[in-house]
Write a protein that binds this ligand. Structure first.
Ligand SMILES: [Zn+2]
Length: 118
């Protein structure tokens, strides 16, 4: 598997919110300012054929516990970044699935990076 998961340099860095850069209190799992998940997370990577992209993303969202989904092309360029909240509110999902469908139409293979709460 290529790529490396982000590592936490424990005790060294002052944790900041990934979304709003707010300085997080020690041990905080959520940003007190914007509510972004700030706990430890696991990143998984999958390679999928483009015609399986939409189905795979739906499955991943259905499994739950996801904080972020990133879709990259073969060159490692980010095509789409989906926030976790999309999976919670079904109505918000439709435009993302449409965007994924558009990506699937032009790409041959994609890499999905899934960030989950540990
Ligand atoms: Zn924040």
């Amino acid at each position: 598997m290529r790529g490396s998961a982000p590592t936490n340099r424990e005790g060294l860095s002052l944790a900041q919110c990934k979304r709003c850069a707010f300085d997080l209190p020690e041990g905080a799992n959520y940003c007190p300012k914007c509510g972004e998940y700030a706990g430890k997370s696991i990143v998984e990577e999958f390679e999928v054929k483009s015609d399986e992209l939409v189905k795979r993303i739906k499955d991943i969202i259905h499994e739950g516990n996801v904080t972020k989904i990133v879709v990259e092309n073969e060159r490692g360029e980010t095509l789409l970044e989906m926030p976790a909240t999309v999976g919670v509110v079904g109505a918000l999902l439709a435009p993302w699935l449409a965007a994924l469908g558009a990506i699937a139409a032009i790409a041959t293979r994609c890499r999905i990076k899934v960030e989950r709460r540990s």
